[in-house]
Design a protein. Structure first.
Length: 223
């Protein structure tokens, strides 16, 4: 027996109230097939990297300033324990290499700003090589001191020399790692842009160069 028309009307009203007559389109950002799925991360702001390298530079500067203060106080109160040693001339050659690396880095940055990627890579590679040459030169300096019989525990003067140069070399090694990262990184797949990576690396590198000049003069005058 067919259902009366009134029953059919009631069923239609119930379906409209409960949404059974068809799904409404989801609001933007809600529901749908993408609901609950993580969205791809957007590009990271370069300010975060510049803030990070600034904090790193400040902490490194505080560390070396504390060492410099201890160096000055120890030298003034050492009496006869402070035994001078022959200051290696190669230290100044290493200083020239490090200063030259700052120059080549700035040349590389200008080529990057001028949209000349090949010239940028060439000058950036030269900067990396100069950084490695500086580290090799420091190894030679330490070998020269060992040949003179000057070791870390020989006296306070030699101890501070090894501590200063060794700590700085570790930070230079980190800078070389950053140079290699910029040189070989595919920035089309990275969250940081090439310009930001180059800028952050250059700030760190120039700081280490200036710090080395200060340390070399301090050690020479206090030898």
């Amino acid at each position: 027996m067919p259902a009366p028309p009134i029953a059919d009307d009631i069923e239609l009203i119930i379906e409209d109230i409960g949404g059974g007559g068809g799904k409404k389109p989801p609001l933007p950002g809600y529901g749908g097939d993408d609901e609950g799925k993580p969205r791809p991360p957007g590009p990271t702001s370069p300010r975060r990297y510049y803030t990070g390298v600034t904090l790193g530079i400040v902490s490194i500067l505080m560390f070396f300033m504390a060492l410099a203060s201890a160096y000055i106080v120890r030298k003034g109160s050492s009496g006869g324990e402070w035994i001078p040693f022959h200051f290696p001339i190669l230290v100044w050659a290493n200083t020239a290499i490090l200063l030259a690396s700052s120059l080549t880095m700035e040349i590389a940055r200008r080529h990057l700003q001028a949209a000349q990627p090949r010239a940028f890579r060439n000058w950036w590679t030269i900067t990396t090589i100069l950084g490695l040459l500086f580290l090799a030169g420091q190894l030679i300096v330490w070998r020269q001191l060992v040949a003179q019989g000057v070791y870390v525990a020989s006296n306070p003067a030699s101890s501070f020399f090894y501590i200063f140069t060794g700590a700085h070399a570790v930070h230079i090694l980190g800078g070389v790692g950053a140079l290699l990262f910029v040189l070989f990184r595919k920035f089309d797949r990275a969250n940081v842009s090439q310009q930001a990576a180059v800028g952050v690396t250059s700030y760190y590198w120039h700081f280490l160069d200036a710090l080395w000049v200060f340390l070399a003069v301090l050690l020479y005058l206090g030898k």
